[in-house]
Design a protein around this ligand. Structure first.
Ligand code: PLP
Length: 394
């Protein structure tokens, strides 16, 4: 059997064994509903409270400001739709960026249909939001700025502290989609002036289908799921107790291992980037070279079609992701790669590899050797490359 080299940790991660172990009793013995009054339910209720405290501590927030949701997408939807509704009498303008996750972009498009106005900020060639353009975009009617902490495709980390300060200075709410950043880079919601923040369990070696939205005390936000009184009456539904416990455990481990993990992953990341850039010509690195997630690598190989590359890598047991959105049924190249100014044909030849603490140097060496072979083979099959090489030779 061929070995799997899983380098798609931005899509999802392996649930840690300690996390699974922590969750198991909450499926079997400790199955009481946290809202019930009898003693039998008390341990379930306590476990939810403990996970909320653990998670709150990782971002410097009080436990009561953490609201559990069914994941990053729900948190993003909630933050945008419910603040838009709650602040409608103040204004109808929202500022976001062109490189957000679809959970933000498609929600913004929905809000535009409801009569809201949305400014989608451009980014520079590295995928960084330009602060002067953010300031210029602010109107008296602006009620919300939503800018992601770190990009899921190219890994670029945004100047969140500066954005938070600008929002605060203008009395505008600031939400950040921190799904890729949480558990990977330090976050303190007070130092960074964050009013709302989305995170997800399965991106930090926790379970799928659980996330949280941090909502600073004082932010007016409508409840998103109507029903029972759970989550301080803001998000109804019987708590996903095993999920919450697992997320708490994953968050605790992620916080405790962050520095060491980031150092390990960023060294391997740079090793991978350096080898590919030195050994495969006509290649570029997408995203910021240093201001990027420790585990994110994104290349564009000229004269290569990303989907073919992925299929051939899969043949060698390597799991990656392409910049194009073909997998989701569309042939359009990634909106992120277009926003950083890549022409369509180059955006199509992109490859995202996201590492984990389990990735080894041997894995990276195997990936580089495989890439050299595959990129060479794909290029030899395209007349465009042949013409290009002939011109180079002249
Ligand atoms: C994965 C991801 C989401 C969606 O999170 P889910 O928990 O899968 O719904 C949102 N934003 C970003 C940046 C992501 O990477």
């Amino acid at each position: 059997m061929k070995k799997t080299i899983y380098l798609d940790n931005a899509a999802t991660t392996k649930t840690r064994p300690e996390v699974v172990e922590a969750m198991l009793p909450y499926f079997t013995e400790i199955y009481g509903n946290p809202s019930s009054v009898y003693d039998f339910s008390a341990p379930a209720k306590e476990a939810v409270a403990k996970a909320r405290e653990t998670i709150a501590a990782t971002i410097g927030a009080p436990a009561k400001d953490i609201y559990f949701t069914a994941g990053g997408s729900e948190s993003d939807n909630w933050a945008l739709k419910a603040t838009a509704e709650a602040y409608r009498s103040k204004g109808n303008h929202i500022i976001t960026s062109k490189i957000e996750h679809h959970a933000i972009l498609h929600t913004c498009e929905y809000l535009e249909k409801q009569g809201f106005e949305v400014t989608y900020l451009d980014v520079d060639e590295f995928g960084t939001v330009k602060l002067d353009e953010l300031k210029k975009a602010i109107r008296p009617t602006t009620i919300l700025i939503s800018i992601m902490f770190a990009n899921n495709e190219i890994g670029t980390i945004q100047p969140i502290k500066e954005i938070g300060a600008i929002a605060k200075e203008h009395g505008i709410l600031f939400h950040t989609d921190a799904v890729q950043a949480y558990g990977h880079v330090p976050i303190n919601v007070n130092e960074l002036n964050i009013d709302m923040m989305s995170a997800s369990g399965h991106k930090i070696n926790g379970p799928k289908g659980i996330g949280f939205l941090y909502i600073r005390t004082g932010v007016k936000i409508r409840s998103f799921v109507h029903g029972g009184a759970q989550e301080r009456k803001r998000r109804a539904g019987t708590e996903n107790v095993p999920g919450i416990v697992g997320f708490g455990k994953a968050a605790e481990i992620a916080a405790a291992t962050m520095d060491q993990r980031a150092a390990y992953e960023s060294e391997l990341r740079d090793y991978l980037i350096d080898r590919v850039m030195n050994e495969i010509p006509y290649t570029r690195v997408n995203g910021h070279r240093t201001n990027r997630l420790p585990n994110n690598v994104n290349f564009a190989f000229q004269f290569v079609e990303g989907e073919s590359l992925l299929i051939m890598l899969d043949g060698k047991g390597i799991c990656g992701s392409s910049g194009s959105a073909c997998t989701s049924g569309s042939l359009d190249p990634s909106h992120v790669l277009l926003a950083i100014g890549l022409p369509h044909e180059i955006a199509h030849g992109s490859l995202r590899l996201t590492l984990s603490e389990e990735t080894t140097r041997e894995d990276i060496d195997f990936v580089v050797e495989s890439l050299k072979e595959i990129v060479g083979r794909l290029r030899s099959m395209t007349p465009l490359y042949e013409d290009f090489m002939k011109k180079q030779a002249k």
